[in-house]
Design a protein around this ligand. Sequence first.
Ligand code: AMP
Ligand code: MG
Length: 332
Amino acid sequence: MTARVVQVDATHPDPEVVGAAARILLAGGLVAMPTETVYGLAGLADREDSLARIFAAKGRPASHPLIAHVPDLPAARRIAGAWPPLATRLAAEFWPGPLTLVVPRGPSIPRMLTAGLDTMAVRAPDHAVALALLHAVGHPLAAPSANPYQRVSPTTAAHVLEGLGERVDLILDAGPCRLGIESTIVDVTSDPPRILRLGSLGLDQLHAVVPDLLAEPPRAGSHPAPAPGMAARHYAPRARLRIVRRAALAELLAALQPEERPAAVLAFGRAPRLAAEVRALPQDPERYGRQLFAVLHELDALQVRTVLVEEPPDDTAWAAIRDRLRRASAAE
Ligand code: AMP
Ligand code: MG
């Protein structure tokens, strides 16, 4: 059965809609909920049957831990096994917001959520709908991005419907996500604290609070894997994606084989005139991030086979976007 899609105001959600979604979750169902980063596939984080449904719906391997979502710091502390002082400072500074903290796991959280680890990832999302749902449910919610495993994350309800429409009970549609790139993950159990995934919260902001933060995330595919769920290929469209310099676009495009077409180009600023679908994206990293996944979904829908992406600047403001493009372009 295809999911029911219900419109909900992004800033003042209707309590009846939120209540209906909460009842589905409490009965063990799955609800796609908007957050400021991407749409999440929510289920109860403290119930194994709900967690099993999330893994099955996404086709996600059990070795990839999920993030628990909570409304605020006290709720996070209740489910954690211990709460490092640095986690209090980071939560005070950035929650609700696109920062996920890895802390010791508490006894109410099943190992299924953490892929067997004694640590767990937790964050408070900055979205009125997600927060209202968390308050109404009264449980932490596991909410990985609401897309099939390794595909592009959804930034609209339509993306969720297309990818997981048959596997979710309800989709709350609050319009496009404000940030469009997943949360930044920081492990505060390691010394020094370490970034595990680049994301919407910028490195400069984090460094201002944690000067000794190790900012180089673990390399995908390194052995032994320093963190779970760090697959090299991730966030990937169906098309083959290649990151190229602007000056090389025309030549590479002309050299594509028939089976590599149709092709598309993602360029910065003014769109170059090329014999392909061309999408011009903003030169500002925040606006680029907001649009990137939606453009990749759109090109997938057009059945494009190759996407040439103009290389973004090698600058910390672009670090998360460079990371997502690199993973989207990694070999199967
Ligand atoms: P997603 O839910 O798709 O945004 O991805 C969640 C990611 O969080 C996983 O793929 C892991 O990289 C990371 N993560 C979750 N829990 C932990 C943990 N306990 N330790 C390290 N990384 C974690
Ligand atoms: Mg994901």
